[in-house]
Design a protein around this ligand. Structure first.
Ligand SMILES: [Ca+2]
Length: 388
């Protein structure tokens, strides 16, 4: 759209541009096109699934027929790597327009079924030089059941080589396997782990379950970790999203209780060494030595928050059971508003990532047995955040 706009400007001038854009595109993205700001708006988009009850932003489906895409990384050549929970690493390469070719990269390890599997994916901060990437994977440990392991690989010519275990023996289970990884502004690797259906381990500092872990890029323990171990914070149930705001504060999303009494999902402001209360605290309850969430969903609403990204003053996160893209608007340490986008439009939304183009990339999770899938699910959907 920006390219077209520049051409038209040369021919006819700004007034005609504004009128023409308004007339031709009002059906899908009126907010983005009625002002001159459109000339700086990153490229967009095709209209998808307008709903009369939902404001329709500029969106584009860039990949379909995926199977539970769990995480996305953007490579320096503008291609994408996507983990599928069942154990495929998928390389999506842009061909023409918004058409991407798909190459499946086999993993060195099979992954078990359940909510575990091939989960988080993150690139080394200097990936362009060292080609190193990290995968969070559930691994079968014979009669001991499953555990979770973070591996590092060299990724060259669509092959994973030079395997190194960064951390292992993270408790695993059919549910609550954590799995999100991010490099922080401090250059250290942060990893979320679940309680593996054993709530008490979230309070056990000797267990790696129900924690946010922090390691060096090589898997070492940073000298200023609070307990002399990999543990950075604890008392988490099943944290799934990590994001730093523009002041360097760490925010985290976390699933609350499940089953018939679901709800109490959390957005937490994370500080080193603090206890976030699971399984003792829920909602607004407080107790000495434990930190209540910055925002929670309450007892009657369930987000099932599955990711987190900071963009332009807000934390965005996907909702699985909530079937929406949530936006928590921040004012310093406070959440001042929770906005809900795409409610019931795309089904279950898992991951949200911010691309190098300034766009939000969402993954659906409609083939995980808990939702209704459309024929082209699962999808990766690119959103122009200016149109939200
Ligand atoms: Ca909590």
């Amino acid at each position: 759209m920006a390219y077209k706009t520049k051409i038209i400007i040369g021919i006819a001038g700004i007034v005609i541009v504004a009128a023409a854009l308004w007339m031709t595109s009002r059906s899908n993205a009126p907010e983005a096109t009625v002002t001159p700001a459109v000339t700086t708006t990153p490229r967009t988009t095709l209209p998808v699934a307008p709903s009369p009850t939902v404001s329709v932003p500029a969106v584009s489906v860039i990949a379909s027929n995926l199977n539970i895409p769990w995480d996305i990384a953007f490579l320096p050549d503008n291609s994408l790597l996507v983990t599928e929970r069942g154990g495929n690493l998928v390389h999506l390469k842009k061909e023409v327009g918004d058409v991407y070719s798909k190459t499946i990269i086999k993993l060195p390890h099979p992954v078990p079924r359940g909510e575990g599997g091939l989960l988080g994916l993150v690139l080394h901060p200097r990936f362009a030089e060292n080609r190193q990437l990290y995968l969070y994977m559930t691994t079968q440990e014979s009669s001991a059941g499953t555990k979770n392991t973070v591996f590092r690989y060299s990724f060259v010519n669509n092959e994973l080589t030079d395997e190194k275990i960064i951390i292992k023996d993270i408790p695993g289970a059919l549910y609550h396997d954590g799995g999100r990884m991010e490099f922080g502004p401090d250059g250290l690797l942060y990893i979320t782990t679940g309680d593996a259906q054993s709530p008490a381990i979230a309070q056990d500092l000797k267990s790696l379950g129900g924690k946010i872990l922090r390691l060096t890029a090589d898997g070492g323990i940073p000298s200023d970790n609070p307990f002399g171990t990999a543990v950075y914070s604890y008392g988490h149930r099943n944290p799934q999203g990590l994001a730093w705001d523009d002041a360097g504060r760490l925010w985290e999303t976390e699933h609350g209780r499940s089953g018939v009494t679901s709800g109490m999902d959390e957005l937490n402001l994370i500080e080193k060494g603090k206890n976030y209360g699971w399984p003792t605290l829920e909602g607004d309850k407080t107790q000495a030595g434990m930190v209540a969430p910055a925002l929670h969903s309450g007892a009657r609403d369930t987000w099932a928050p599955a990711s987190a990204v900071f963009h332009d003053g807000s934390i965005y996160f996907g909702g699985l059971k909530g079937e929406a893209l949530y936006e928590a608007v921040l004012n310093r340490e406070q959440v001042v508003e929770l906005r809900t986008h795409f409610k019931d439009v795309y089904g279950r939304i898992r991951t949200v990532r911010l691309g190098p183009d300034g766009m939000l990339y969402l993954t659906t999770s409609n083939r995980d047995g808990r939702g209704n899938s459309s024929p082209d699910d699962d999808r990766i959907i690119r959103i122009n955040p200016k149109t939200l």
